[in-house]
Design a protein around this ligand. Structure first.
Ligand code: F1P
Length: 357
């Protein structure tokens, strides 16, 4: 391991500090529950469209599924560019919408323009989710979901993804009847920090053993956005081409590319555990190395996983995405360090994509 690169890394620091940030954000969000309740009451009959680019789009995918699950309010996710090119495929006249543009910076051109277009041309109200309450996107939006956030210096988004996800789960939990959702929200920062502490040595071991550049991430439901984001982290931090699919879709073609150099990460769910176990077993038999992220109660055998990261068993498919994501970020981080690549300075990337439109 390049310990000089590791010691100085801003990205590493931002990955490990995120749970402290969640606590601060949760306190502020709790104090602002009244406004969030009003938003839910006002727009509870509309279809909520979660919109973003890059990491913020993958966040939209995960957040929209969890939001719909918790609230019963219909939701979907689209990349901001889709609204610029095919607005009629995103919004049709028979439906009423609320648009939720998501952006760490609040200045990504596609997201800002898509939100403007929705508001000004289509009369669709917007509620911005951003780490910067003073950004163009936040200021221009009709409503804002804001929380205190220590600005990220790294180009790649890490704590910003999880904190914005947490804010959306917090919003959705306001109308979810089950009392223990709030108890779990309060416990999640500590539990995640513990998961990270115990997973870190294993993640280092994985990247030193799996020297190839063939990574696949599989997940379904709320975990699908996470699989996409995990692959993006590998692209950005470790300059490694990786793939992501709905778990069982991998059987329908992509599986042909598996070799003993492939590391397949399967994000186990509570709902689909039976299918995912069978899939992991089959892929292992094909020679792939398997990393499984799962809840403790799954009790997996060696037949299924070469590497296993366990999270406590009582958080379920609503909260496990928050417990899994920092682990996936750390895997990409250590892959970068193992390749002697500085994850703070991704190739060809800037923190914000600005376009002339
Ligand atoms: C979105 C984003 C990032 C990506 C890259 C460029 O930014 O696409 O996900 O890592 O750095 O910007 P934002 O709209 O959330 O600020």
């Amino acid at each position: 391991m390049n310990s000089e690169l590791h010691g100085k890394s801003v990205t590493y620091h931002e990955i490990i500090r995120q749970q402290k940030g969640w606590k601060v954000a949760l306190e502020a969000l709790d104090q602002n529950k009244g406004n969030q309740k009003t938003l839910l009451e006002k727009f509870g009959k509309r279809l909520w469209v979660f919109v973003g680019c890059g990491t913020s789009y993958y966040l939209a995918q995960t957040a929209s599924t969890l939001f719909e699950w918790l609230t019963g309010i219909s939701a979907k996710a689209v990349p901001a560019s889709e609204i610029l090119m095919f607005p009629e495929l995103v919004f049709n006249e028979s439906e009423d919408y609320l648009m939720i543009p998501i952006s760490r910076s609040g200045t990504t051109t596609e997201t800002v323009i898509a939100a403007r277009k929705a508001r000004e041309n289509l009369e669709i109200p917007t509620c911005a989710v951003s780490c910067d309450p003073d950004s163009t996107l936040s200021v221009e939006s009709d409503y804002q979901l804001t929380f205190p956030f220590e600005r990220e210096r790294s180009v790649v988004m890490t704590g910003s993804f999880t904190t914005m996800l947490l804010s959306i789960i917090h919003l959705a939990a306001i109308i979810f009847p089950e009392e223990n959702v709030n108890t779990k929200l309060k416990r999640i920062p500590e539990v995640s920090a513990e998961v990270m502490n115990s997973a870190e040595p294993l993640l280092r071991e994985i990247v030193s053993e799996c020297r190839s550049d063939d990574f696949v991430f599989l997940g379904q439901g709320p975990y699908y956005g996470l699989a996409n984001e995990a692959a993006l982290k590998m692209h950005e931090m470790a300059i490694t081409i990786s793939q992501s699919f709905h778990s069982l879709e991998f059987r329908h073609g992509p599986m042909s590319t598996v070799t003993e150099d492939t590391l397949v990460t399967v994000l186990f769910s509570h709902a689909g555990q039976h299918f995912e176990e069978q899939l992991a077993k089959d892929l292992k038999q094909l020679g792939a190395r398997i990393l499984v992220l799962a809840a403790e109660k799954n009790r997996l055998s060696n037949e299924i996983a070469d590497y296993l990261v366990e999270v406590p068993g009582d958080f379920g498919d609503i909260f496990n995405p928050l417990l899994y994501m920092p682990v996936l970020q750390m895997l990409a981080y250590y892959k970068a360090i193992a390749k002697n690549i500085n994850p703070d300075k991704p190739k060809n990337l800037s923190a914000v994509v600005k376009l002339e439109i």
